[in-house]
Design a protein around this ligand. Structure first.
Ligand SMILES: NC(=O)c1ccc[n+]([C@@H]2O[C@H](COP(=O)([O-])OP(=O)(O)OC[C@H]3O[C@@H](n4cnc5c(N)ncnc54)[C@H](O)[C@@H]3O)[C@@H](O)[C@H]2O)c1
Length: 249
C-alpha cells in the first residue's frame, strides 16, 4: 500500500471518476474525505469503506468549504479537485447565475479549498494537489461556454498555485477526454474515431492521479497538465477526411 495513513480530500467523490479515485486511494491505505451533493451515493460510499468520511454539501458554497476544510484532524496530503458541472453556453443560453455557478464549482472551489488548507496549516508538507480539468479547456463543441471557461480557468489556476506553493506542494492537472462513467453506451464509431481505438475508462484517469500523488515517482513534476484522451485532441479532421462530410456540403 503506497499511501498508508495518508489523508486525502476528493471533491465530487461519490460517483464517476471521483468515486473511482477515492476507492483507489482507500485501496492504497489512505484516509479519504469526500464531499458531494449526492447524499445517497455518498452515504453508500461511507457504508462500504471504514476509512472514508462523507461530507454532504455543495462546493459552490463558501460556508460549506470553510466547514469542510476544518474537518480533517490531520494535514491533508492529497487534494483532488474533481467536482464540476456544465450548464450550457451562448446558445442555451446559460444565464448569468448559471455561468457564475459553474465557475464557483469548477474554479473558485479548487482555489478557495486550497487557500483554506494553506491558511489553516492543514496542507501537509510535500502535498499533491490534482485538478481534474478537461480537453474542453482547449477545444469546444457549441454551447459549452460555462464548462469550457471553468476548465480553462482550472488549468491557469494549476500553474499559478504550483508556483505559489513551490517547495510546499506540487499542483498538477489532468485533462480527460471522453471517459466512460456508465451513463452512455459508446458505439463502434465512437470508439474507432479515437486514435487508440477506444474511449477512456475511469482507470485511465485514476492511474495518473495515483502517479501524481506519489512524490517518489512524480516529485519533479508540478504546474503541468496531462491530457488523457486516447489521442482525440491530436486528430485533425477536415471535410472529406475519413469519409466524413460536413452535413449539407
Ligand atoms: N466523464 C468524462 O468524459 C469527463 C471528461 C472530461 C472531464 N471530466 C471531468 O471529470 C470530473 C468528474 O466527471 P465525471 O464524469 O465523473 O462526473 P459525474 O457527474 O459522474 O460525477 C461528478 C460528481 O461530482 C458531484 N458534484 C457535482 N457538482 C457538485 C458540487 N457542486 N458540489 C459537490 N459535489 C458535486 C456529483 O454529485 C458527482 O458525484 C469532472 O470535473 C468532469 O468535468 C469528465
Amino acid at each position: 500500500m503506497i499511501f498508508a495513513d495518508k489523508r486525502a480530500i476528493v471533491t465530487g467523490g461519490a460517483n464517476g471518476i471521483g468515486r473511482h479515485i477515492s476507492e483507489k486511494l482507500l485501496d492504497e491505505g489512505a484516509y479519504v474525505h469526500i464531499i458531494d451533493i449526492d447524499i445517497d451515493a455518498g452515504r453508500d460510499m461511507e457504508g462500504r469503506h471504514e476509512r472514508l468520511k462523507f461530507f454532504h454539501g455543495d462546493v459552490a458554497e463558501r460556508a460549506v468549504l470553510e466547514v469542510l476544510a476544518a474537518t480533517p484532524a490531520q494535514p491533508v496530503d492529497f487534494l483532488v479537485n474533481n467536482a464540476c458541472v456544465g450548464r450550457g453556453g451562448l446558445l442555451a443560453p446559460c444565464s448569468h447565475a448559471d455561468f457564475e455557478y459553474v465557475q464557483r464549482v469548477g474554479v473558485t472551489a479548487p482555489y478557495y479549498l486550497t487557500s483554506l488548507l494553506v491558511q489553516n496549516s492543514m496542507l501537509a508538507d510535500g502535498a499533491a494537489i490534482v485538478n481534474i480539468a478537461s480537453t474542453r479547456a482547449m477545444q469546444s463543441q457549441p454551447d459549452t461556454e460555462a464548462y469550457s471557461a471553468a476548465k480553462g480557468g482550472l488549468l491557469a489556476l494549476t500553474h499559478a498555485m504550483a508556483v505559489s506553493l513551490a517547495g510546499r506542494a506540487r499542483v498538477n492537472a489532468i485533462s480527460p477526454g471522453w471517459i466512460d462513467t456508465g451513463g452512455y453506451e459508446a458505439d463502434l464509431a465512437d470508439k474507432a474515431q479515437h486514435p487508440v481505438g477506444r474511449i477512456g475508462t475511469t482507470e485511465d484517469i485514476v492511474q495518473m492521479v495515483l502517479f501524481l500523488c506519489d512524490g517518489e515517482k512524480s516529485g519533479f513534476i508540478t504546474g503541468q497538465n496531462f491530457v488523457i484522451d486516447g489521442g482525440m485532441s491530436k486528430l485533425m479532421i477536415y471535410h472529406g477526411d475519413y469519409g466524413w462530410k460536413l452535413p449539407g456540403k
